[in-house]
Design a protein around this ligand. Structure first.
Ligand code: XMP
Length: 316
């Protein structure tokens, strides 16, 4: 891997010369490792852009900024565009419409940020080898198609940028190893994947700030308990889903009529197939009771016991 870093750094330097590079940072493993590697190669010529689309998880923006401050000396621009995204998504229920709006708005915001920088020649992406293969949908896998528009698709052509993809020949486990060598912390390297449209496709109705708050709080409790119990690292993905259902409950002497939160936790090696995780009773009990007691607006928790196929990992 040490050799790989030296070779990759040299290759990036040769490809880029004295030109400038922008990178769309999501905070996930791939784009963070790409940023760290390119930073090592060309330092100040790289600017990373993080778009806050208002559909991020609890404290996510702050964590990405901290990651940069602590581990990647490069330049980071943060576009706070939550209001813009939520405005455009108002009243939209259909998942594919949500995805299209989010993808299109992302490009608008990103493009605007890049224009502020002046001359830029390269767009860097954390594309991995499986992404390269998957850009042709295999066996009708919708995630493959989805990825194409999530990964700032259309941007390079529109802005006449050349692509810089230093992770193109690597698999996920190799990227994790590379991240470790580059000094990124374990919590970034071992992070679960998070879809580009974020919580937008985990609120199964029109998206409102209230639903997002309830979902964020519930999700943070779920993830916290998975970390504490040592389960986080055993799972491919785990998250909460906000169901478009209200249910009756009792809190003290009062009748409640509130939202239902679904827990989704799966094991998988590549997201093409996935099995629901057999989380222990005691852990599920703790998570459910914490969510119901601590999150105002949630009074019932259910656990998803569906595997892929035929069910997808995400609900939308
Ligand atoms: P599904 O739900 O199709 O998901 O079983 C497979 C993997 O892809 C992720 N996913 C997405 N990633 N944009 C993304 O960047 C999307 O629109 C999207 N939809 C699903 C999902 O989280 C899982 O890891």
């Amino acid at each position: 891997m040490g050799d790989f870093i030296e070779i990759a750094v040299e290759k990036i330097r040769q490809q880029v010369g004295s030109k400038r590079v922008i990178l769309g940072l999501s905070g996930g493993v791939d784009s963070s490792v790409a940023a760290a590697l390119i930073d090592r190669a060309i330092g100040k010529q790289l600017t990373s852009i993080f778009v806050d689309n208002g559909l991020l998880r609890q404290n996510e923006r702050e964590e990405v900024i901290k990651l940069f401050n602590d581990h990647i000396p490069g330049k980071l621009r943060v576009a706070k565009a939550g209001k813009l995204f939520l405005g455009k998504l108002k009243g939209i229920i259909d998942p594919e419409k949500k995805r299209k709006i989010i993808g299109k708005t992302f490009i608008e915001v990103f493009d605007k940020e890049v224009k502020k920088l002046g001359n830029v020649d390269f767009l860097a992406q954390g594309t991995l080898y499986p992404d390269v293969i998957e850009s042709v949908p295999i066996g009708g896998n919708p995630a493959a198609l989805i990825k194409s528009h999530h990964n700032v698709g259309g941007l390079p052509e529109k802005m006449k940028l050349k692509l810089l993809e230093p992770l193109r020949e690597l698999f996920k486990d190799e990227v994790r190893l590379l991240g470790k060598k580059l000094g990124l912390p374990d919590h970034v390297i071992n992070r679960h994947p998070f879809p580009g449209p974020g919580l937008g496709v985990r609120v199964l109705r029109d998206i409102t700030p209230k639903c997002l708050t309830v979902l964020r709080q519930a999700d943070a409790i779920f993830i916290d308990e998975l970390h504490r119990s040592g389960w986080y690292g055993k799972l491919w993905q785990a998250f909460c889903v906000f169901l478009p259902v209200r249910s009756v409950g009792v809190m003290g002497d009062e009748r409640t009529y509130e939202n239902v939160i679904c827990l989704r936790a799966v094991t998988s090696s590549d997201a093409m197939t996935a099995d629901w995780a057999k989380l222990p009773d005691g852990l599920l009990r703790k998570i459910s009771s914490r969510i119901i007691n601590e999150v105002q607006g949630a009074n019932r928790v259910v656990y998803d016991v569906s595997s892929k196929p035929p069910s997808t990992i995400e609900w939308e």
